[in-house]
Write a new protein. Structure first.
Length: 326
């Protein structure tokens, strides 16, 4: 029997060119695709596209420059407003605290802006008394670094700053170093001056409820008031003449002074303040944790605890033993 004829094989070769799908599309679609293809490969179009990109980069650059100019203008406007506030004679709270804080943050020399009552408050020239003081509220001066006396290229002491007979409310000053500061007759209300050094004059200055922990005063404190001030390791190089010393402190971190060591050594050591001053201070026993004294940096605010009082004489004797042990 003759073999049955085999079925013809389907060609596996794919036709190149226009596909059936292409031929089924409208003519305008094919013409549009050809036009796009021509434009993409046109050298003039490519040059024009490059120009547009460069123009875009230029516009962006100019925009950034303008933004920078605007920011500088706004910055200068803020500086001008701050200086105006500090130079205007007006009693009460007129924004001096924020103005000083702003210029301090910019590194400006604050000695040029006398904020004493005589300079910018209501001052009686005939009787030489302040009738209505300027108020410096929410002053912020926080120097970088873990401790004070940082006088290298990164930070410079504040020199010849004058706040005589001014009222300073809720200040926050930390790790700062003042040289030639004049606070005669000024009144601090609350706030804090911590881990700082102040060299200058503090005659008749009042610190009402101010935290003065770890701060050193070098200069006359004749007639100064320390009312309910926190005095943990506050240091007074010349404590003579303090009028009121009604403060609070941990018994193991009392306020101190300095005295020359034994045998005329040049070493200056911590020494207790006169007992008549310490007797005005309320000393609290340090808190204990697992049988050990809690580190000072971990302790709560001393004004918030249930204070277990320690006699001033005990504090004086303990400090004197430490001095004599060197």
């Amino acid at each position: 029997m003759p073999d049955a004829p085999s079925k013809p094989r389907r060609s596996t070769t794919r036709k190149v060119g226009t596909t059936q799908a292409d031929t089924n599309r409208p003519g305008w679609y094919r013409r549009f695709g050809n036009a796009v293809n021509a434009i993409e490969h046109d050298p003039i179009v490519r040059i024009f596209g490059a120009i547009i990109v460069l123009l875009g980069v230029y516009v962006a650059f100019e925009t950034l420059l303008q933004i920078n100019v605007d920011l500088k203008d706004r910055e200068q406007e803020r500086i001008d407003k701050a200086i105006e506030k500090l130079q205007t004679r007006a009693a009460g709270n007129t924004g001096r605290g924020s103005a000083l804080s702003f210029l301090y943050g910019k590194g400006w020399d604050l000695s040029n802006y006398d904020q004493s009552c005589e300079a910018v408050g209501v001052w009686d020239d005939e009787k030489h008394v302040c009738r209505n003081p300027p108020i410096v509220q929410d002053l912020r001066m926080q120097a970088p670094g873990p401790w004070m006396f940082k006088t290298d290229g990164n930070h410079t002491p504040i020199s010849n700053f004058r706040l005589t007979n001014a009222e300073i409310e809720n200040a926050l000053i930390e790790r700062e170093y003042f040289i030639g500061i004049n606070l005669d007759g000024a009144e601090f209300v609350d706030g804090s001056i911590k881990a700082s050094a102040l060299t200058g004059s503090f005659q008749g200055t009042a610190f009402n409820g101010t935290d003065l922990s770890d701060t050193e005063f070098s200069g006359s404190v004749e007639g100064a008031y320390f009312k309910y001030a926190t005095l943990n390791r506050a240091t007074f190089l010349k404590p003579d003449g303090i009028k009121v010393f009604d403060g609070i402190a941990w018994s193991d971190f009392p306020p101190i002074t300095y005295r020359q060591g034994k045998d005329g050594d040049d070493i200056v050591l911590e020494y207790p303040l006169p007992i008549e001053l310490l007797q005005q201070v309320r000393f609290c026993s340090p808190p204990m944790i697992n049988g050990s004294i809690q580190p000072i940096e971990d302790r709560p605010d001393i004004k918030t605890i249930d204070c277990k009082s320690v006699p001033a004489q005990t504090v004086f004797d303990n400090e004197l033993k430490q001095f004599q042990s060197f």
